[in-house]
Design a binder for this molecule. Structure first.
Ligand code: AMP
Ligand code: ZN
Length: 473
């Protein structure tokens, strides 16, 4: 299996640390608001990665954090605390906010058929581990303390910038564009390991005792502490969205290597952004689309999953409602083809048995850095191939769906059930309409369409066939 490693900037053969096992950590959600569909694209990718590793025979150990400690809006340890902003917005406590949005996140991931990580760890439950890790970093001489925080001194870490490929000079220029509020900070790229509960943060709602005073951990330390504790250091794969490369993951690498003198993870994988026509979707600005708004517009959440699979995870994916509508048509057509195969499992054709190469091709594409668009194309070719016995098609679909997670067999069964509950009178009307349509008698066909609508049904045309749908009351 080949995976693209952001750290080495190339596709690499996956060589697990422990034979036949894959240890995998993904950065989890910050629970101060609903996840947006961009965030969810990253978790769909994480799920595809995990399912693909399992498909290829690895036993996967997957861990993820929940960022429930209030962190500051900007990467440069400045600005407002995200959870406190959420609490103020909704008149709740920070703890209530975190609990509520964590629950909402897992509801979304369940809708999207995302398998839960084996280990989910809240940052607030691991503050002791974080403090222990910071103590190691202090002991190894990579930190300095100011009146308001304990900082990681990036100039002391010679490999700083190796993940993003940015030099320290470039990093400092980027970081300088943020407002630097702590005058004692030596380099703008230095990042907080511990923030003290003084000055601007004197009323910070979440706080713990530490050797550096009462306060709260910096944003990055939780992932270093949680991942190493859950999976050991180093582990195989670390993932997140592309925005995490330059700061969060760069800082995780620096602090973990500074503490232990060995890498945190071997392969670093990043999903490109889901973008809107007008640009970035931002959780902190509040201007974003949630999975619930997708559902409210009448889309099955798995249509969104399907849309995500049509793009490679390393390409930006442009979201529009039109794109989603196209994904819906494709997904529904696929389900109908699967349903046809279910209805006629023994449909024999002269070449029954098929070319037999579909499974190999599918695996090859998945093994080539998770090429889901090509894997989907193989699925389509196979489903449409009249030389494959339907019974065999169903077996292959079930196999592919272990990776794709589109619930194709289940959805096709539900479709067949819904079709069988349609009264004969309606079926006959729809049949008559289809015949008129095929003989180009469109006026008569439209008349029947109206009659059907009055009776609460809609016909959707598919090439030379159709399906009947009950309209919502
Ligand atoms: P957050 O909840 O803000 O910590 O983000 C959760 C995950 O979503 C992180 O891995 C981010 O990198 C990722 N992410 C944020 N915005 C997007 C986006 N527009 N498209 C894809 N992934 C994103
Ligand atoms: Zn993280």
């Amino acid at each position: 299996m080949k995976l693209y490693n952001t750290l080495t900037r190339k596709k690499e053969e996956f060589k697990p640390i422990k034979k036949d096992q894959a240890s995998f950590y993904s950065c989890g959600p910050t629970v101060y608001n609903f996840a947006h569909i961009g965030n969810l694209r990253t978790y769909i990718f994480t799920d595809i990665l995990k399912r693909s590793l399992e498909y290829c025979g690895y036993k996967v150990k997957h861990a993820m954090n929940i960022t429930d400690v209030g962190h500051l809006v900007s990467d440069a340890d400045e600005g407002d605390d995200k959870l406190e902003k959420g609490a103020k917005r909704e008149g709740k406590s920070v703890w209530e906010i975190a609990k509520f949005y964590e629950k909402a996140f897992f509801k979304d991931t369940e809708y999207l058929n995302i398998i839960n990580p084996d280990k989910v760890v809240r940052a607030t439950d691991t503050v002791k581990d974080q403090i222990k890790l910071i103590e190691k970093i202090v002991k190894n001489g990579y930190t300095y303390e100011t009146e308001s925080a304990l900082y990681f001194d990036v100039e002391k870490f010679k490999d700083y910038g190796k993940l993003s490929g940015q030099s320290l000079e470039e990093k400092c220029v980027c970081a300088r564009s943020e407002v630097v509020e702590d005058k004692e900070k030596k380099c703008p790229a230095d990042f907080a390991l511990w923030m003290k509960r003084i000055g601007k943060h004197k009323n910070h709602a979440m706080h713990w005792n530490s050797p550096w005073g009462d306060g709260f951990p910096g944003w990055h330390i939780e992932c270093s502490a949680i991942s190493a504790k859950a999976l050991g250091q180093p582990f195989d794969i670390h993932s997140g969205g592309e925005d995490l490369i330059g700061t969060h993951h760069e800082n995780e690498i620096a602090q973990s290597e500074a503490a232990e003198g060995r890498p945190l993870a071997h392969i670093w994988m990043h999903t490109r952004y889901l973008v809107l026509d007008k640009g970035k979707m931002s959780k902190s600005s509040g201007d974003f689309i949630t999975l619930q708004s997708v559902i409210d517009k009448g889309f099955d959440p798995l249509v969104y999953r399907y849309l995500c699979l049509t793009a490679h995870y390393r390409s930006a994916l442009k979201f529009s409602w039109d794109n989603l509508e196209q994904a819906k048509n494709a997904y529904e057509n696929l389900i109908e083809l699967v349903s046809d195969a279910q209805e006629n499992p023994l449909s024999i054709s002269p070449l029954a048995g098929g070319r037999g190469k579909y499974k190999e091709d599918f695996k090859d594409f998945i093994n080539d850095d998770l090429d889901t668009p090509k894997a989907l194309a193989i699925l389509w070719n196979m489903v449409k191939d009249s030389s494959v016995l339907s019974k065999n098609k169903l077996k292959i679909i079930k196999d592919f769906d272990k990776v794709l997670g589109l619930d194709l067999i289940k959805k096709a069964r539900a479709l067949a059930k819904a079709q069988s509950s349609i009264p004969n009178e309606i079926k006959e009307l729809a049949q008559a309409r289809n015949q008129y349509r095929q003989s180009h008698e469109f006026e008569k066909a439209d008349e029947i369409r109206l009659t059907l609508a009055k009776k609460g049904y809609e016909v959707q045309d598919k090439d030379d066939s159709f399906i009947i749908k009950k309209l919502d009351a």
